[in-house]
Design a protein around this ligand. Structure first.
Ligand code: 3H9
Length: 696
């Protein structure tokens, strides 16, 4: 079937785009649109209507084509053909008119939309800017401030808001898109409305101070550090005021091309597809039946349990929250109320929505109340004995077919499953704190977990708006197994000569959301200390990997909660400062362990930490713990504050070149020792293959 069709219905030329799944502007669509508009110039049509089949209007350029050489007609040229049509062109929007799709609409002479339609210019999320006239046309219609908001946030807005902004002309009131859009076109014709070029408008500037654009750049500088597309958007919008339309378009094209070829956009496009790929489980047939999840149980009313419960309540699924006694339960429920009220105060939720969510969460102290839940997730203390008791109890009370999930961060789900007579129903659902905010969900398939339990968990993740990644069982699964090695190397860098602030700054300057030692202070140093206390000396392993942390805890420095950890904290303001006492502890431990301290450069710190993640990532792949390299990137970008514009550790490895990565790991093996610097054999194989291909 053709991607674009044209028909003359009475005196209206109807162009229909049909390019599933999202009507992306592939070459066939661009070509089809241009030809259809040209055809309509020569027939008996009086007006042209552009609409789309399927669930959405055009959702943007075809992102998968961005790595390839562009093929004419280019999108900006299609827009010019549309805008210069001698007959009025009307776009009828439904679903999500995004990016190049919305730019098509902006180049039409009139725009109408069903009330549920959303429009937006999300290119920034791919490290791009609207590159088909969006930066020049949107400010002409909506003003500079609204246009900037739309492009810098990348978030879509609803049809009614778009109408208020002046971005669309008419909100259709009928359910039948085609019929109501046709009525609108006829009305325009009846009122003698002809072509109306957005490019001919001038941008309203009366509300702008002289320093507006500089001030705006300063206001976003911190959040957009290291990224190029944001400032380019601001510059292009400034050009829409200062330059004639054609010159503004040239500026936009140059900026767009620079962004499109940047490693940042490549990384963000990689993450876009990786996120979608991660939802697919290769080994499970598509037709695997899904279990119905109507009611959920959560065990543990602490921060994690409450966060998990909120996810389901927010998705309209009733939750029963269990705590061991009434006091703990009341505390948990009060905490939940506080979070929802906070959201109302901040304007992130309405009182009505918050009340509705809260009404979906019921507290209990009795396991019997789990008799009718379809899924139960435990978020209790991280101890194998406790987890086994909990699962034994669940096995007694839960109905047949209920999914029994553990939120454990490290423990062996196979062993937990043995506490039940139904290991096929047991799975790991590892949420990340704060669980109602963090997007990642590691779904851990144990040896006996049934396929339909995995498939149901994947679907459930979409319902609660999480990014799921499948993992197999190992200590720490994907994310925490890598984190453990990363934190080990942080400790060794501290011993060898770095200081907390240097490590944190080096990683944050590179783009990590937080430095590793700030995170440790926030989480509380006592938690991992307690876990270590349960281990034998042999299990604890190399003292270089934990001794500083132990000494800090033993000195009463538990992190932010005691106003002292790797940093000192002002009790009033929470302001973080360097602390000479920490330097003294680090130097003393280094001397005790016979480690000679010498300055480490920021580059060395970054390289060592990144390579640690990469090498462990390849070991995880090698062992089949993760399905694919891009899944590991999803874990790091959505669960561990890795900058998406750097694409994740595995993407970074590819960008650096696997042979170079391997050479550096082998060099560290020589200088830092084989204990931690033995390359993954999969990495060795892939690097050798890449070398062969490069030589061929
Ligand atoms: C742009 O327009 C640049 C221009 O300014 C200038 C150019 C010169 N291309 O998300 P879903 C695939 S930049 C190719 O699961 P949903 C997606 O990979 C673009 N493929 O569905 C998936 O494939 P699969 C600006 C695309 O209903 C399938 O469609 N536009 C594209 O949850 C379903 O996707 C954007 O950034 C694409 N543009 O959400 C919009 N979009 O099934 C990006 C989707 O094989 N897209 N696919 O895994 C979205 O935000 C969401 O996909 C959308 C639908 C909201 C549309």
């Amino acid at each position: 079937m053709s991607a674009v069709t044209y028909e003359l219905l009475e005196d209206i030329g109807i162009i229909t785009v049909n390019n599933p799944p999202v009507n992306a502007l592939s070459h066939a669509v661009r070509d089809g649109l241009q030809k259809a508009v040209q055809t309509a110039q020569t027939d008996d049509s009086k007006a042209i209507l552009i609409l789309c089949e399927g669930k959405t209007f055009i959702a943007g350029a075809d992102i998968s084509e961005f790595g390839q050489p562009p093929k004419a007609p280019l999108l900006p040229d299609v827009m010019t053909t549309i805008e210069q049509s001698q007959k009025p062109v009307v776009a009828a929007l439904h679903g999500t008119a995004l990016g190049g799709g919305f730019e098509i609409a902006l180049s039409c002479h009139y725009r109408c939309a069903v009330p549920s339609a959303k429009v937006g210019l999300p290119e920034i999320k791919l490290g791009l800017l609207p590159g088909a006239g969006g930066t020049q046309r949107a400010p002409r219609l909506a003003g500079v401030k609204n246009a900037l908001d739309l492009m810098i946030s990348g978030n879509p807005i609803g049809a009614n808001t778009a109408k208020d902004y002046g971005l669309i002309d008419h909100v259709l009131d009928a359910a039948d898109l085609k019929q109501s859009a046709l009525s609108y076109v006829k009305e325009l014709l009846a009122n003698g409305k002809g072509p109306r070029m957005t490019s001919a408008l001038t941008v309203e500037t009366s509300d702008l101070e002289d320093t507006f654009f500089d001030d705006y750049k300063k206001s976003i500088a911190k959040k957009t550090k290291n990224q190029i597309a944001h400032n380019h958007i601001v510059d292009c919008i400034e050009a829409s005021i200062k330059l004639p339309f054609e010159d503004g378009m040239k500026k936009e094209r140059a900026c767009f091309l620079e962004c499109r070829t940047s490693s940042q956009s490549k990384a963000l496009r990689h993450i876009f597809f990786a996120e979608r790929q991660a939802r697919k489980v290769e080994a499970i047939p598509k037709e695997t039946p899904i279990r119905d999840i109507q009611r959920v149980g959560v065990i543990g009313g602490g921060l994690m349990g409450c966060g998990i419960a909120m996810n389901f309540a927010n998705a309209g699924i009733p939750v029963t929250l269990l705590e061991i006694n009434q006091d703990a339960l009341d505390k948990g429920l009060k905490g939940l109320e506080k979070i929802y009220q906070g959201a109302v105060k901040k304007g992130k939720s309405t009182q009505e929505a918050a009340d509705k969510c809260l009404s979906l969460i019921t507290g209990t102290t009795h396991y019997d109340d789990f008799s009718d839940v379809d899924l139960v997730i435990e978020a209790v203390f991280e101890s194998m004995d406790v987890k086994k008791q909990v699962f034994g109890k669940l096995d007694e009370v839960c109905k047949d077919g209920a999914i029994l999930a553990s939120n454990t961060s490290y423990l062996d789900i196979n062993e937990i499953a043995q506490a039940t007579k139904r290991p096929q129903d047991v799975i790991g659902l590892h949420f990340f704190s704060p669980a109602h905010i963090m997007k990642l969900l590691e779904i851990v398939q144990a040896d006996k977990t049934a396929d339909d339990v995995v498939a149901t968990s994947m679907k459930m993740a979409a319902q609660i708006k999480k990014n799921p990644v499948l993992a197999k069982v190992c200590y720490g699964f994907i994310g925490n197994r890598m984190l453990r090695q990363y934190l080990r190397e942080v400790q060794i860098c501290l011993l060898e000569g770095a200081l907390p602030q240097q490590i944190d700054k080096a990683m944050m300057d590179w783009g990590m959301a937080m430095g590793p030692l700030m995170v440790a202070d926030m989480a509380g140093l006592d938690i991992s200390y307690k876990a270590r206390q349960e281990l034998t000396l042999e299990q604890k392993g190399d003292p270089r990997s934990y001794r500083i942390a132990d000494v800090l805890v033993e000195a009463g420095r538990l992190g932010q909660k005691t106003n002292a950890g790797y940093y000192a904290y002002d009790p009033e303001t929470r302001q973080r400062t360097e602390d000479p006492a920490v330097v003294e502890i680090i130097e003393r431990v280094a001397a005790d362990l016979n480690v000679k301290r010498a300055p480490l450069s920021d580059d060395e710190i970054r390289t060592r930490l990144l390579l640690t993640l990469i090498n462990e990532g390849y070991k995880i792949l090698e062992e089949g713990i993760a399905q694919r390299a891009s899944d590991i990137d999803v874990v790091y970008c959505f669960g561990y504050g890795f900058p998406s514009y750097r694409g994740g550790p595995m993407f970074q490895a590819e960008e650096m070149g696997l042979d170079k990565v391997l050479d550096q790991i082998n060099a560290y093996k020589e200088t830092l020792g084989a204990q931690y610097w033995t390359a993954s054999s999969l990495l060795e194989d892939l690097a050798a293959k890449a070398k062969e291909q490069g030589a061929a």
